[in-house]
Design a protein around this ligand. Structure first.
Ligand code: SAH
Length: 490
């Protein structure tokens, strides 16, 4: 029984994926198997080791008895088969997370476990609405309740609850909001006590509804409030007027679809989320290394290397075993992001054109090379750059190395349409992604009528124009950060 795995009961934080702890991230990266449910941000799932088994066992609310049994059973089974299992939960595992029940089952089966705390929505969600759960002189305590009734219909002792002077916080309380507010008033709580309801807290879809005990039910009905939401009752709610911050971010309330390949797509999503927007990552292409057959010792032949994408840099340098093979070869790059990628390998680019275009770089390369010298262009297999054309124009021996293959990723039309319907902006970073997007959409461009299209630069824009007559937003500097600025301005 020595080869048993261990189970990590891990809280993933709520909503904003960066509320995951460093420890949580490391365990996700190291796990052999991850079991997760609904309230976990999709982006967190991308930290999981690609080789790990991912199991979705969702439940609409925490009363789902059957599904809990299945979760318990799966945890034990996977651990006994020798896997290290992460049980990933929204918020904190012990705040209405049934972490305890899972642990009981593990103990029964002699499976070892660890508990990784998570930031609970009971605190983080009010905070993102600018509501402190305690505050000197206003609230000396806060109390967290479930809004669900127990199976036998028993409920909280409202007489005691109404006497509490601290902040009252309800999770899973949307359904019983009317009952909660009525009972609190009946038991002596001031009917004018401020109440806030925060739906989808800490995400770009966060919405805050305010009222007081006597009118909150009606207001909630009018606003069609839906779970997940946290209800906060108490004077601290008034602090929001001064302390609100999250909804004032420039992309707050906006959803942006990112069609970029996974690695850089994730990076872009992070930037959107820091600006308060919601990012949906739906890569339209995938990249594969094509460096197996490249002989790095041949690098001696070239005077200079030319990179027109961060991915070219990554694939080229990831396969290089000894940096000295570069000798003192000159290097040119297109774009800040490509330059930054190169700097990760501790190399400074010799040249970078002002314009973010491969042709411009080729022209600039003539400044650091002589007539007839060899220049290696490191790019993808769909790059439009042509050796002959460059050679005749710039008098150098250009050779192209296809460092990576760019392949379309099949996305079902229904899935794509669903994502588009939630989206305010669709972002495109390459003609190849545009091409595949249209293909997956089966040319149904009509479905794009309610979204705005944002393109990174001229060749991508040109591709979109082939099929799309509407406006295309494109920054004057062809880079991701500039696309975000363009959207913020809009
Ligand atoms: N263990 C979790 C709570 C699980 S119960 C935690 O510590 O946060 C599920 C409830 O959490 C939801 O019904 C809702 O009340 C609350 N919740 C979780 N994420 C939320 C979010 N992003 N916004 C608002 N409420 C959220």
């Amino acid at each position: 029984m020595e080869n048993k795995g261990k189970v990590y009961i891990l809280g993933g934080g709520s909503g904003d994926f960066e509320l995951l702890t460093l420890k949580g991230k490391r365990y996700l990266e190291e796990a052999d198997c991850v079991i997760y449910d609904r309230l976990v941000n999709d982006i967190i799932l991308q930290f999981i080791n690609p080789k790990a088994e991912k199991i979705y066992l969702g439940k609409k609310n925490t009363e789902g008895g059957l599904i809990q049994e299945k979760i318990n059973k799966t945890l034990v089974e996977k651990a006994l088969s020798g896997k290290n299992v992460v049980r990933l939960k929204g918020g904190d595992p012990f705040v209405f997370g049934r972490g305890g029940e899972e642990i009981e089952e593990l103990i029964k089966n002699e499976v070892k476990f660890e508990i990784v705390p998570g930031i609970t929505s009971a605190i983080s969600v009010p905070e993102y609405a600018g509501i402190p759960v305690t505050h000197r002189g206003i609230a000396k305590s806060f109390h967290v309740f479930t809004g669900m009734t127990a199976k036998n219909n028993t409920y909280h002792n409202f007489e005691n609850m109404a006497k509490l002077e601290g902040t009252l916080i309800f999770l899973m309380g949307v359904k019983n909001l009317g009952l909660i507010s009525k009972k609190l008033i009946e038991n002596g709580k001031n009917s004018k006590t401020p109440v806030a309801i925060v739906e989808n807290g800490t995400t770009g879809q966060q919405r805050v509804t305010e009222g007081c005990l006597e009118n909150i039910e009606a207001i909630a009905k009018k606003n069609d409030i839906k779970p997940p939401a946290v209800i906060i009752i108490g004077k601290v709610v008034n602090k929001r007027r001064k302390y609100r911050w999250f909804e004032d971010k420039p992309l707050y309330g906006k959803t942006i679809l990112v069609t970029r390949e996974k690695r850089l797509g994730e990076e872009f999503c992070r930037k959107i989320e820091t600006k308060g927007g919601k990012a949906i990552l739906l890569p339209m292409i995938k990249l594969e290394s094509n460096m197996e057959n490249f002989l790095y010792k041949d690098l001696k032949k070239y005077k200079a290397l030319m990179f027109n994408s961060p991915n070219g840099v990554k694939f080229f340098f990831d396969s290089l075993d000894d940096m000295r093979k570069l000798g003192n070869i000159k290097i040119g790059v297109v774009g800040d992001r490509t330059r930054e990628e190169l700097e990760k390998y501790k190399i400074k680019a010799d040249i970078m054109p002002e314009n973010y275009l491969g042709m411009e770089l080729a022209r600039e390369m003539t400044k650091i090379t002589k007539k007839g010298e060899k220049i290696l262009i490191i790019t993808s297999d769909v790059s439009p750059l042509k050796e002959k054309e460059l050679k005749s124009q710039f008098n150098r021996e250009f050779e192209i190395l296809y460092a990576y293959k760019n392949r379309p990723l099949k996305v079902e039309k229904s899935n794509l349409l669903e994502k588009i319907s939630q989206t305010d902006y669709i972002t495109f970073f390459s003609s190849s992604a545009v091409e595949n997007f249209i293909k997956c959409l089966k040319n149904d461009v009509f479905s794009l009528k309610n979204t705005k299209i944002v393109s990174i630069g001229p060749s991508t824009t040109k591709k979109i124009k082939n099929i799309w007559e509407g406006d295309i937003m494109q920054p004057s500097i062809y880079k991701g950060d500039e696309m975000i600025k363009t959207i913020c301005k809009d």
